[in-house]
Design a protein. Structure first.
Length: 416
């Protein structure tokens, strides 16, 4: 873990030192994996979580420390001579130390180690959530980029239609009213393009925020595909992977071990810890030695409250572990249902509706230009074609979002 954090710190330094270079030369489009790698070394929330893990691990040092001895030196009548029979001077030195019983240090170390493990798992869960946010933002930007391309193609294609209609108007083939209706439709295509461009800019800014880029840049770009992937792993296998990999469930299991260690420490804190010391004293010309043994009498306070509290906390941790396990299975099942539904819709569009919308548009465009269809039919076909393409794109996007959600639920990359 330390080497990983040092490597992360090195990469952060390298990335920060290259800011001026990046400002001068545009970077090539990022793949999804590159975006995830960048987020792991630049996302402020993850960097904060890494430091918190290191800080928590420092508690292991404190837990392993032994009790310090005490040293005391004192003197009396030091201004008088040793031959003074009434009150000779004297010096005394005392060393004592508390000796813990019940293996308290061992249980403190177990608690510290378990706390570090829980914190580490919680950080991994934060990393999992950040990865989901990056994947979703990446997919949304890909979709916005594709939608912008579709809107631009539709706009350019329709502008050609307006130009051809102007030629037909000049030739007297269509009326001025028909031409104006065609020209008015151009505003809708221009509006679609402007909205798509705005959505692309906003989705780009959102992804750059997740990647830890302080100020979004318009040169930022990504590359990837929105073609629906096929998942080959069965649901039961994904559920088992989730139970083995989910960091929040692992943290719940580790919390049970932490609770058990707290019980043992509470029992150990109920034992008596003696303090043993030795003493040297010089009074006048005489040297003497002595010792002390101090044993608290645990008559009233035997740590009863902590013993009872930790046992109830342990029961609570067991119930929380069961709840976390049920949540893992439930999350996977819901994500699987979302994937199947999204995949079903995507297959409908790509297997039927897209081709049909294209044929209808092409046929009505040909018929309208040759006087076989009305203007209203042609404009309706254009609207249907545009909307079907956008719906198909949205269906692909929903498939990928469902795949990312399933990977998130299983804490495993479902699609490599």
């Amino acid at each position: 873990m330390k080497r990983l954090l040092l490597r992360s710190a090195f990469l952060v330094g390298a990335l920060l030192s290259g800011v001026s270079i990046q400002a001068q030369a545009p970077q090539p489009p990022l793949t999804l994996q590159q975006a995830l790698d960048m987020a792991r070394v630049r996302n402020p929330s993850l960097l904060s979580g890494q430091q918190h893990v290191i800080a928590t691990r420092a508690n292991e040092i404190t837990a392993g420390l032994r009790q310090n001895p005490n040293f005391q030196i004192s003197g009396a009548d030091v201004s008088l001579s040793a031959s003074n029979p009434a009150s000779p001077y004297s010096y005394a030195a005392n060393v004592n130390r508390l000796f813990e019983r019940g293996e308290k240090r061992r249980w403190r170390l177990d608690i510290a180690h378990a706390t570090t493990d829980v914190t580490q798992s919680q950080y991994k869960d934060t990393e999992r959530q950040t990865a989901l946010a990056v994947k979703e933002a990446f997919t949304q930007m890909l979709a916005a980029k594709a939608a912008l391309h579709i809107s631009d193609d539709n706009l350019q294609s329709y502008r050609k239609t307006v130009e051809l209609s102007k030629v037909r108007l000049d030739a007297g083939d269509i009326s001025a009213t028909d031409f104006e209706r065609i020209d008015l439709q151009l505003a809708e295509f221009e509006s679609d393009y402007n909205n798509a461009r705005l959505n692309f800019i906003q989705s780009s800014d959102q992804l750059q925020l997740q990647l830890g880029i302080e100020k979004p840049t318009d040169t930022f770009d990504i590359t990837g595909t929105l073609d629906p992937p096929t998942i080959t792993s069965p649901l039961a296998q994904i559920e088992q992977q989730a139970l083995q990999s989910r960091p929040d469930y692992l943290a719940a299991q580790q919390s049970v071990r932490l609770s058990d260690s707290n019980i043992k420490l509470a029992d150990a804190d109920g034992t008596t810890d003696p303090t043993i010391g030795g003493e040297y004293e010089r009074s006048a010309t005489y040297n003497t030695a002595g010792f002390q043994v101090s044993i608290p009498l645990r008559i009233f306070d035997r740590n009863q409250g902590e013993k009872e509290r930790t046992r109830y906390e342990a029961q609570s941790s067991h119930f929380a572990e069961t709840a976390a396990r049920n949540q893992v299975v439930n999350d996977v099942d819901q994500a699987w249902a979302g994937y199947e539904t999204a995949m079903s819709m995507a297959k409908l569009y790509h297997g039927h509706y897209l081709a049909e919308a294209t044929r209808v548009r092409d046929n009505l465009e040909f018929s309208y230009r040759h006087g076989g269809a009305t203007l209203l039919d042609y404009l309706d076909a254009l609207r249907d074609y545009r909307q079907t393409n956008l719906d198909a794109l949205n269906a692909n996007t929903q498939v990928w979002l469902a795949v990312h959600q399933l990977s998130f639920a299983a804490a495993t990359e479902i699609v490599p």
